[in-house]
Design a protein around this ligand. Structure first.
Ligand code: ZN
Ligand code: ZN
Length: 746
C-alpha cells in the first residue's frame, strides 16, 4: 500500500441496529480518516482513506471490536474524500440482517434511575446498544419508519441525539423520551383506565405489593406478574391460570437470584447478557415459597430486561413472571387480545402504546453441570431472528413439529429459526404459526423453493404445508432430530444418533421414540430401537403415566405388581385394551419408559404437565447421586436391533421388594440408560455420536452420557443452539432437504 491509501472493507454479520456505524464513524474520526460507512444487503461497507498507518490501525481496531462480523478488506482507488460520513443504506435486492431484541444496557439503566436525567423513570429508554428490535419491526430494512415507532415523531432533543454520530442514540431507531415517545397506562380488568405515565407505574407497583395480579406488557408480549414472595398471590395466579403444578418462571434482581439459587459464572453471564433469557437454576434450598413457584429442584429465573421491568423490580425484587396467555395459547401481544384472554386472570393491565409487531416468548436456556456448555430449551426473544451460521441451501422452509413449534427458513448461507410458536393442536397457535410464516418469509424476501414437513400426516404443521405448497417433502421425526445436531455442529462422516423422546411417527408406521439412528453422510436409517410396548389409550399415556408402567409390567409378565401399584386406578381396562388391541398403539418411546419408572416408584402416577414424571424421576436421581454417587445399574440386553429392558424392570422390582430407596433406584435406572447408549456405541463402533430428543433435556442423563462417551474418546454432540425437543426439528428437516436433493441427482 502507498503512504496515502484507501481501503474498501466489507463487514458481514450482525452489524445493523447494533451501533456499528456510529462506532465506525467515531473510530475513523479518531484516526483522521475520511470516507464513509453504509449498510448494505450483506451487512455494511466502509471506505476509509488516509495515512497508511492509520488505515492499518483502523482495521485492527475494527477487528477487535465487539461486533459479531467478519471483515474483508481490499485496496481501492483514493478519491480524496473531504470528511467521513454515514451514508444512506445501499439499495440492494438482498435484504439486510435484522436484529434481535436487546435487554436494557447499563448506561440506559443509569439514566433511568438518575433523577436529573430527562428520561428518569421513563419506561421506553433505549439506545443504539439496547432496546426493542425484532419485536417492533414491520418490515425491513430496519429503519424507524418501518417499525411501530413510526407514529411517534421525535422531539427536537431526541432528534438531535438521533442525528448526532457522537451520541449513543445516533440512529437508535426506537429513540424516544417522555415528551415524544410511547407511554404506559394502567387499566383494571374491565378496561377502565386507572392512571397513566409515572402514576400508572406507581399504582401497578402498589397493586403488586398488595398481592394483585398484573398483566405487564413488555417487549415480546405480556407477562402475568405477581409478587413471588407472596405465596397467596402465587397460589391465586395458579388457580386463575388453571395451572396447578407447572413451574412459573420468576423475574428477580441478581442479588435475589443468587440468594435463592446456585448461580455459576456461566449462568450469571447468561442472565446478565443482552439476550436476557430465563436460565434454569438449581434451587439452593427447599422452602415453601419456592416450592409454590416450582415443585422441581430447579427454578427458571430471568432478570429485568425492559426498562419497565427494572422500574418494577427495584420496588419488588422477586416476581412471578409467567407468559401472558391462557394455558397453551399464544402469548398475548395486543391490548385487545390481552383484555380478552387475560381478564379472568389479571386484576390490572399495565400496558403501553408501542405496538408489538412480532410477539416472542422469553427464551429458556440451561447449562450442563460442570462443563458450562449451554443448551437452549426455548429459542425465542433475544435469540430470534439472529440467523444461525448454518449453510444448508437457499430458500428452504421447514415446518417443524406440532409440539413446541419453531419453524425455519434458510436464505443464502444462513438459517433463520422462527420464534417459539407453541403447540399447534391449539387453533390460535395455528393462526400465529401461519401469520409468523408469512411474516418471516416476507422479512427475508424468500419464496421458499423447497418445503419440508414431518412425516406424520396428522400433524397440523404437515397439513398446513400440504395445503399451502404443492409437494412438501416429508421427513421422519427422529431423523430430523439427529439431523438437527449434525447441522448445528456441521458434522461429517458416519454418525450414530440417539433420538430419545416422547413420540414421533416412524418409518414402519409405529410410534417411535427410543431410536438409534445411523447416518452415513447420505442417508439416515434405523440401527436399533427400544423394544416395542403398547400405549393403552394412546396419547392419554403422556398424562396418565401409570398406563405406561402397567403396559411394561404386563409385557414383561409382572402382572401381579400391577394391582399392587395401581389398584385404585382402572388398570384392568388398560390391560384389556392391550390384550384386545383396541385403542392401543405400539411404541418404542424412551420418554414413556421414564414415565413408567416414575409411576412404578410412585414418584408420579399422573403428569400434570409435560414430562412431570420424568423431571421428578431425574430430581430423585440427583439426590441419590449427590449423596452416594453410586455407579450401580441394572441389566439389559441388546438383541440384534432391539433393546430389551426386561432385566432392567426385573431389577427395579427386586430393589423395590428389598426396600431400596427410590432415589437410588432412580439413579440406577439413569445409569442403565447411559449404559444402553455406550453399549450401542460399542456395537456399532461409533466414533461420533449425536444426542437429541426431549429426553436429553434430562441434565443427569445428558451430562453423564457426555462425560462417559468423552472418557471413551468418542466425539459426542448435542443440541445447543436449537432445542433438543421438537422446537429443534425444523432445523433437521431443513438439513435433510440438502440430502434429498443430493439423492435426486444420484
Ligand atoms: Zn442503552
Ligand atoms: Zn423526545
Amino acid at each position: 500500500m502507498k503512504k496515502h491509501c484507501a481501503v474498501l472493507i466489507k463487514a458481514v454479520g450482525v452489524v445493523q441496529g447494533v451501533g456499528f456505524r456510529p462506532f465506525v464513524f467515531n473510530l475513523a474520526g479518531k484516526l483522521h480518516l475520511y470516507g464513509f460507512v453504509r449498510n448494505t444487503g450483506f451487512g455494511a461497507e466502509i471506505i476509509v482513506e488516509g495515512k497508511k498507518d492509520d488505515v492499518v490501525k483502523f482495521l485492527s481496531d475494527l477487528k477487535k471490536s465487539k461486533f459479531k462480523a467478519e471483515y474483508t478488506a481490499q485496496e481501492t482507488a483514493a478519491k480524496r474524500y473531504e470528511n467521513f460520513r454515514i451514508k444512506e443504506s445501499k439499495k440492494t435486492p438482498i435484504l439486510s440482517e435484522f436484529p434481535s431484541d436487546l435487554a436494557m444496557c447499563n448506561e440506559c439503566k443509569k439514566e433511568l434511575f438518575s433523577k436529573n436525567d430527562r428520561r428518569h423513570n421513563y419506561s421506553f429508554i433505549n439506545c443504539v446498544n439496547c432496546g426493542p428490535r425484532f419485536s417492533i419491526i414491520k418490515k425491513l430494512p430496519y429503519d424507524r419508519k418501518n417499525t411501530s415507532m413510526a407514529k411517534f415523531k421525535m422531539c427536537p432533543a431526541c432528534l438531535a441525539e438521533y442525528n448526532n454520530p457522537k451520541n449513543r442514540r445516533f440512529h437508535a431507531q426506537p429513540n424516544a423520551c417522555s415528551v415524544c415517545g410511547p407511554q404506559i397506562s394502567l387499566f383494571d380488568k374491565n378496561t377502565k383506565l386507572i392512571s397513566v405515565k409515572e402514576k400508572a407505574l406507581k399504582d401497578a407497583i402498589k397493586f403488586l405489593k398488595s398481592g394483585k395480579i398484573v398483566a405487564v406488557k413488555g417487549i415480546g408480549g405480556y407477562h402475568l406478574m405477581c409478587d413471588a414472595s407472596n405465596i397467596n398471590a402465587v397460589k391465586l395466579l395458579r388457580k386463575r391460570k388453571n395451572r396447578p403444578y407447572k413451574p412459573f418462571a420468576v423475574m428477580a434482581d441478581i442479588k435475589t437470584a443468587k440468594k435463592l439459587c446456585r448461580v455459576n459464572k456461566y449462568e450469571e453471564n447468561e442472565l446478565t447478557s443482552s439476550k436476557a433469557p430465563i436460565v434454569i437454576l438449581e434451587k439452593k434450598r427447599k422452602d415453601k415459597k419456592l416450592s409454590a413457584l416450582s415443585a422441581n429442584a430447579t427454578l427458571g429465573v430471568m432478570l429485568a430486561y425492559a426498562p419497565i421491568h427494572h422500574l418494577i423490580i427495584k420496588e419488588i425484587p422477586f416476581l412471578a413472571a409467567t407468559s401472558g396467555n391462557r394455558s397453551d395459547e399464544p402469548l398475548s401481544a395486543r391490548e385487545d387480545e390481552a383484555f380478552k384472554n387475560l381478564s379472568q386472570i389479571a386484576d390490572y393491565f399495565l400496558t403501553h402504546n408501542r405496538e408489538i409487531e412480532n410477539r416472542s416468548d422469553d427464551s429458556i436456556v440451561r447449562f450442563l453441570p460442570n462443563s458450562g456448555e449451554k443448551i437452549i430449551i426455548r429459542r425465542s426473544r433475544g435469540f430470534v431472528p439472529e440467523p444461525l451460521d448454518i449453510n444448508i441451501a437457499d430458500s428452504v422452509i421447514a415446518a417443524g413439529g406440532d409440539l413446541k413449534n419453531n419453524f425455519c427458513i434458510t436464505r443464502n448461507a444462513k438459517t433463520y429459526m422462527s420464534q417459539f410458536v407453541g403447540d399447534l393442536a391449539n387453533k390460535s397457535n395455528m393462526d400465529f404459526y401461519a401469520e409468523s410464516i408469512k411474516k418471516m418469509a416476507s422479512f427475508l424476501d424468500v419464496n421458499p423453493k423447497t418445503q419440508m414437513c414431518d412425516a406424520h400426516n396428522g400433524y397440523a404443521s404437515s397439513q398446513y404445508f400440504k395445503n399451502k405448497f404443492q409437494k412438501p417433502k416429508i421427513v421422519f421425526h427422529h431423523y430430523a432430530h439427529i439431523a438437527s445436531v449434525i447441522a448445528e455442529h456441521n458434522l461429517k462422516g458416519n454418525i450414530l444418533g440417539f433420538a430419545f423422546d416422547g413420540n414421533g411417527l416412524g418409518e414402519d408406521g409405529k410410534i417411535w421414540g427410543g431410536e438409534i439412528v445411523i447416518f452415513d453422510g447420505k442417508n439416515f436409517s434405523r440401527a436399533a430401537h427400544l423394544d416395542y410396548f403398547n400405549l393403552p389409550g394412546g396419547d392419554l399415556c403422556a398424562q396418565e403415566i401409570w398406563r405406561n408402567a402397567a403396559s411394561l409390567l404386563h409385557k414383561y409378565n409382572f402382572d401381579s405388581y400391577i394391582p399392587k401399584f395401581f389398584g385404585k386406578l382402572n388398570w384392568r381396562a388398560a390391560v384389556k385394551m392391550i390384550d384386545s388391541n383396541i385403542n392401543s398403539f405400539a411404541t418404542s418411546s424412551m420418554g414413556r419408559v421414564f414415565d413408567a419408572v416414575s409411576a412404578i416408584l410412585n414418584i408420579k402416577t399422573f403428569a400434570a404437565f409435560e414430562a412431570e414424571g420424568a423431571i421428578a424421576l431425574e430430581d430423585a436421581a440427583w439426590r441419590a447421586l449427590r449423596k452416594n454417587n453410586i455407579a450401580a445399574e441394572y441389566d439389559f440386553e441388546v438383541k440384534n436391533d432391539v433393546i430389551d429392558l426386561k432385566k432392567t424392570f426385573t431389577g427395579i422390582l427386586s430393589d423395590l421388594d428389598n426396600k431400596i430407596q427410590k432415589d437410588i433406584i432412580s439413579l440406577k435406572f439413569h445409569n442403565t440408560i447411559i449404559s444402553v447408549i455406550t453399549a450401542c456405541c460399542k456395537k456399532f463402533n461409533a466414533k461420533t455420536v449425536a444426542l437429541s430428543g426431549g429426553v436429553f433435556q434430562n441434565m443427569l442423563l445428558l451430562s453423564k452420557t457426555v462425560e462417559k462417551l468423552r472418557k471413551k474418546k468418542i466425539k459426542v454432540y448435542f443440541n445447543q443452539k436449537v432445542p433438543a425437543n421438537d422446537g429443534g426439528i425444523a432445523l433437521g428437516q431443513a438439513y435433510i432437504s440438502k440430502l434429498a436433493s443430493k439423492n435426486d441427482k444420484i
